[in-house]
Design a protein around this ligand. Structure first.
Ligand code: HEM
Length: 517
């Protein structure tokens, strides 16, 4: 791993569940028995089960021959199909994911991460998570098996998606350890059309265990898809396809856990053939976060942020030191920034067995004095982290002038607020184009999540940063529609392979500060 990495934000969403810098992705399924937070609906619902079912219904429409479909978020556009009955579970899941969705975090990756999170939160095994899924922009092929689908057609649907009979049996058993069938969605199965009627697949509610298997094998199951009307007993038909061989192996709790991890990984890694997934996302040992890096006056830079140190397997250091290098790559004796432990929440972040300690820095540096840094601290022993020998780089070609940028909260008559982005461009690069890209959210009636429409806005020279300054200030603006008032933008300078950027900037304050050199 070399910082910055393409999946840094997903890694945060995966591991920073509580404490400092928490992202709180697991809130939607915590505790495991929680009902969905967003959207309407009775309490007789189970958010963790809905997240797991969402991943399956998206993935199973993969066509291995054509390499299309799979876990690509196309389910967003397919919720009115009969095969997706009970779609409120999908739309509420998407609704919860909304605040995590951006141009670098796809809905499809969030669905996959949702599978990891829900299973883990319910005491299940670790489902390995890879990143890189790309979102569909429209509905894909159909092909989700229904309770009334006969067994040959069901097997054929799983095979079309690339799954064997044994995988099918395990997928259904592992999926149906959580949740149940809703009376209002399937009144004929439940025998009651009430939204409060929600018979469970097994007797251990909200627990990821193999009781759904053992109760089936011992003949005392109350699973509505195994002990219900014959026409809709799809679990019964699936479970006996190999004369209970797979079910018998799953009766061993350890086998159940490891098999579920494997088949759920198969589900979330079922992607269109054009998609290449990353290596599994694992927690990063030392991860800086630059929150502010801008020109404060013509010769001084403001630098603010934090350094996250993984403390799952090391003692938390008392402080972290950033040993920095100037623009010529030289390090001087006093070129060190000391970052003490962050105060908020004790500077500790945790998630899924991982533990992190955060160190904050907030300082001024002369222009040209810093271009990269190593991180040094004393944990169980002295450690210096050099980011694979490269140093942790700071982007000095283009700076985000956050004090001079703003989202002015004044309606332009068409419901837009004016976003102004200001950047400082290093003078050796003012001959290259400078622009910003803002993510505009376009909603469609009846679709739970917006399409992300990336708008590119050229920036023009605004002011000299000062007569002696190495920087020139650029500015651009864009009328932001109401649905996009909370969005992010990226700054760019360059062309071809040589593009410098500052990404994922929040639109921030309501008034822009002027610049006086
Ligand atoms: C032959 C294949 C399958 C059929 C016919 C089937 C059918 C159903 C039906 C009818 C429901 C009730 C939905 C509702 O009332 O809202 C349900 C729920 C569920 N299914 Fe399946 N399923 C199949 C396979 C799977 C697989 C492979 C998984 C996961 C890997 C899965 C995960 C779930 C979960 C977690 C629920 C509970 C949802 C909740 O409680 O809201 N299913 N399934």
């Amino acid at each position: 791993y070399t910082w910055p990495g393409q999946w840094d934000e997903l890694e945060d969403i995966m591991y920073l569940q509580s404490g400092y810098n928490r992202r709180g992705f697991h809130d939607g399924v915590t505790p495991c028995s929680a009902f969905p937070q967003g959207g309407p609906g009775p309490h007789a619902r189970h958010a963790a089960a809905e997240w797991v079912r969402t991943a399956f219904h998206d993935a199973i429409t993969h066509n291995k021959e054509t390499g299309t479909g799979g876990l690509d978020g196309s389910l967003l556009y397919e919720t009115d199909r009969p095969e997706n009955t009970g779609s409120i579970g999908f739309t509420d899941t998407f609704g919860f994911f909304h605040s995590f969705l951006n141009r670098r975090v796809s809905l499809a990756d969030l669905i996959a991460l949702g599978m990891f999170t829900a299973v883990k939160e319910c005491g299940g095994p670790t489902v390995q998570f890879r990143a890189g899924r790309i979102d569909a922009t429209e509905a894909g092929e159909s092909g989700v098996p229904e309770p009334t689908t006969d067994i040959d057609a069901t097997i054929a649907q799983f095979e079309k998606a690339g799954y064997t009979k044994e995988e099918m049996i395990a997928m259904v058993a592992c999926g149906h350890t959580l949740g149940g069938v809703h009376g209002n969605d399937f009144p004929d199965i439940v025998g009651n059309s009430s939204a409060e009627a929600f018979p469970q697949f097994d007797s251990t509610t909200a627990k990821f265990d193999n009781v759904v298997v053992t109760e089936f094998l011992s003949g005392n199951t109350t699973n509505p898809l195994a002990a219900g009307p014959d026409a809709t007993n799809s679990d019964q038909r699936v479970f006996v396809v190999d004369k209970n061989a797979t079910m018998q192996s799953l009766a061993d709790p350890d086998t159940f856990r490891s098999t579920c991890a494997t088949v759920f990984e198969r589900i979330i890694d079922t992607v269109p053939s054009a998609v290449t997934l990353s290596e599994p996302i694992t927690p990063i040992e030392v991860k800086p976060r630059i929150q502010q890096f801008y020109l404060q006056d013509q010769s001084t830079l403001q630098l603010e942020g934090n350094i996250r140190v993984r403390t799952t397997e090391r003692q938390a250091p008392d402080e972290a030191k950033m040993e920095y290098f100037d623009s010529n790559g030289n390090h001087c004796d006093t070129c060190t920034i000391t970052a003490p432990i962050a105060r908020f929440q004790g500077g500790m972040g945790i998630g899924f067995g991982e533990q992190f300690q955060f160190y904050e820095f907030n300082t001024n540096v002369a222009v040209g004095a810093i271009s990269k840094f190593n991180v040094h601290f004393t944990a169980n022993s002295d450690e210096t982290h050099t980011n694979n020998g490269l140093g942790f780089p700071l982007e000095t070609a283009i700076l985000n002038q956050s004090p001079n940028s703003c989202l002015e909260q004044k309606d332009d008559g068409n419901g837009n607020w004016n976003l102004t982005a200001v950047a400082a461009v290093r003078n050796d690069r003012t001959n290259l184009p400078t622009w910003f890209e803002v993510t505009v959210k376009r909603f469609t009636e009846g679709i739970a999540l917006p399409k992300l429409d990336i708008q590119k806005i050229e920036m023009a020279r605004w002011k000299d940063a000062g007569s002696d300054s190495e920087y020139t200030l650029y500015s651009g603006s864009f009328p932001l529609p109401i649905d996009s008032w909370s969005t992010a933008y990226d700054l760019y300078n360059g062309e071809g392979d040589d593009v410098a950027s500052v990404v994922n900037i929040n639109s921030g304050q309501g008034a822009c500060n002027d610049w006086t050199a």
